[in-house]
Ligand binder design. Structure first.
Ligand SMILES: [Zn+2]
Length: 257
């Protein structure tokens, strides 16, 4: 799999959501539990790698005892980690900058030297140098000598709520090096498709949940195409022509330039 999607344990009980106390789930241990982790706290380890929907509305019932999800005032957040274990929250201005860049399929990554890291003391200790590049396909943040991990969190899906942060759009790279959204007919390439983002996302979620079937097929103009979720490529099964595929969130209109 691509490595940037984190599985969600749906069976997790919110009441057992504290990862630091080491306590069992009985009520008497509540006093040992730490409070919920907010996106502006430096350390960002959470049991469920998602933003708590209710925290945005300031009404999470588990705020006091420690919610299993990250609390935030935005529906998305970004974190970095040296060892993939201790996650550090990035500050809001940088989070917004990363999110806007990530939502655009034309961006392979973002050059962090353009962001004013010097002012961001809590992450400058880790980053240490201004020349970092974040690759949006691998989620690796690299400088000349070092490589650290990053991850994106967003609000969980809530029935009846349509949030850009957790709505993903699927694109393929056409022969003119343009990222075309699946399901959108393109008058210049004449390559539309009979699948769309919603359908591919459905198949992708199945792949993430059982990690077995890493491909899906779809038809277009008598041709059969195969999308491989491991390599993030699409192959025309007859011609064997391969195209790159990308999955990016829909941008929140508030941040659309
Ligand atoms: Zn919460």
């Amino acid at each position: 799999m691509s490595g940037y999607e984190y599985k969600i344990d749906e069976s997790l009980d919110e009441n057992k959501g504290n990862q630091n106390s080491g306590a069992n789930s009985s009520g008497q241990n509540y006093k040992n539990r730490s409070k919920s982790i907010w996106s502006w706290d430096e350390k960002g380890n959470v049991k469920v790698v998602e933003i708590c929907y209710n925290s945005i509305l300031n009404k999470c019932s588990y705020e006091a005892e420690g919610c299993s999800r990250l609390h935030s005032d935005l529906h998305f957040h970004w974190q970095i980690s040296k060892q993939d274990s201790e996650w550090i929250n990035l500050p809001k201005p940088l989070v917004i900058e990363l999110e806007v860049a990530y939502c655009d399929p034309n961006n392979d990554g973002i050059d962090l030297s353009k962001v004013e890291i010097k002012k961001l003391s809590e992450i400058s200790d880790i980053l240490g140098t201004p020349s970092w590049k974040l690759n949006f396909d691998t989620f690796l943040l690299k400088s000349e000598k070092k490589s650290i991990h990053s991850r994106r969190l967003c609000t969980e899906k809530i029935v009846g709520k349509k949030l850009p942060s957790n709505k993903y759009i699927w694109y393929f790279l056409d022969e003119k090096e343009r990222w075309i959204e699946y399901g959108k007919y393109d008058s210049q390439t004449h390559f539309g498709s009979e699948t769309n983002s919603e359908h591919i996302e459905f198949e992708f979620k199945k792949y993430l949940s059982n990690n077995r079937k890493n491909t899906m097929l779809f038809q277009y103009q008598m041709m059969t195409y195969c999308i491989d979720f491991d390599s993030m490529n699409q192959t025309n099964l007859k011609s064997q022509v391969k195209r790159k595929v990308r999955r990016r969130p829909e941008i929140d209109v508030k941040y659309k330039y």
